[in-house]
Design a protein around this ligand. Structure first.
Ligand SMILES: Cc1cc2nc3c(=O)[nH]c(=O)nc-3n(C[C@H](O)[C@H](O)[C@H](O)COP(=O)(O)OP(=O)(O)OC[C@H]3O[C@@H](n4cnc5c(N)ncnc54)[C@H](O)[C@@H]3O)c2cc1C
Length: 260
């Protein structure tokens, strides 16, 4: 079976700061990590490969420093890694990003399962995975917390806020992973050594069949009008007294604000 995992290198969010003048993320000097949901996706793909056989390819669009994320994916058990990097990709929003990733996937191989994370912790849109599935015209199951495979049938548990759905589809398909799916493994020392000796394939705009007007800033219909750090919320109110007094105070407070 052929598995592909889309991974994004993201700034470690505890460290993220916004440039108040330009409204953009300050990335210089900020440590980068593999997007957490993408690590669950890697773990799922590598586990399936170990159970059913096959290969796992890790694919990342980003600057050359994203090489480190791909080497970590190799050390976790991916078999090969592809970095999509070109100045023509800069400024891409989710639409343009998914155009680029889709074109690369079509160039690389016919994959049985394509994995994405549910969402990236920096952009936070959760749009890229579903957009790739639409553009590849394959079925998708998002928010996947469990996977079972039988032949070409994939049965996935879809984690929702108030319950879960069990959905069945057939390969080829795209799944987006959530943290409930598994616990990502640590890279083995030997795996890290091999990963740093491995060759990362770099693909540029010349290696994929993509409409140049659909990528980069000019291919991005999204306009960010303002970015800002939200004001911290005010301190909460602690209710004192017996349970009955606290309930009564809560009801009067909510009534006074016309909430109930
Ligand atoms: C106008 C505009 C300009 C932008 N310019 C830039 C820029 O120059 N450089 C830049 O880094 N960002 C840029 N961004 C941000 C960029 O568009 C998003 O980060 C990107 O499209 C992914 O969206 P997301 O972070 O919401 O991912 P989500 O949709 O939340 O990600 C879901 C999943 O999709 C996959 N995925 C997402 N992005 C990638 C990727 N790059 N490679 C592989 N897999 C991926 C991962 O599996 C991820 O878990 C720009 C955004 C806008 C609106």
């Amino acid at each position: 079976m052929k598995f592909l995992v889309c991974i994004k290198q993201v700034p470690d969010t505890n460290e993220v700061k916004i440039d108040q003048k330009t409204g953009t993320l300050i990335r210089d000097g900020v440590p980068s990590i593999i997007n957490p949901d993408d690590k669950n996706a890697i773990e799922a793909a590598v586990t399936l490969k170990e159970t059913y056989g096959g290969t796992v390819t890790a694919l990342c669009m980003g600057p050359f420093q994203a090489d480190a994320a791909l080497r970590e994916a190799l050390a976790m058990g991916c078999d090969d890694a592809v970095l999509l990097s070109d100045r023509a990709f800069a400024g891409s929003d989710t639409m343009a990003t998914s155009n680029i990733l889709t074109a690369a996937i079509k160039t690389l191989a016919d994959f049985d399962i394509i994995f994405c994370g549910r969402q990236a912790i920096d952009g936070d849109t959760a749009q890229v995975g579903p957009q790739i599935a639409e553009k590849l015209d394959v079925p998708q199951i998002t928010y996947v917390g469990d996977i079972k495979i039988s032949g070409k049938t994939v049965t996935a548990k879809r984690m929702l806020e108030d319950g879960y759905q069990v959905i069945e589809t057939t390969m080829p398909c795209l799944l987006t992973a959530v943290k409930e799916l598994n616990t990502p493994r640590y890279a083995r020392i030997g795996g890290i050594f091999d990963a740093y000796n491995a060759e990362i394939r770099v693909m540029t705009v010349n290696d994929i069949n993509v409409d140049l007007s659909a990528i980069g800033l000019k291919g991005s219909p999204t306009n960010v009008s303002r970015s800002f750090t939200p004001e911290p919320k005010g301190a909460g109110v602690m209710l004192e007294g017996t349970d009955a007094e606290k309930v009564s105070a809560l009801i009067s407070g909510l009534s006074a604000k016309h909430i109930i």
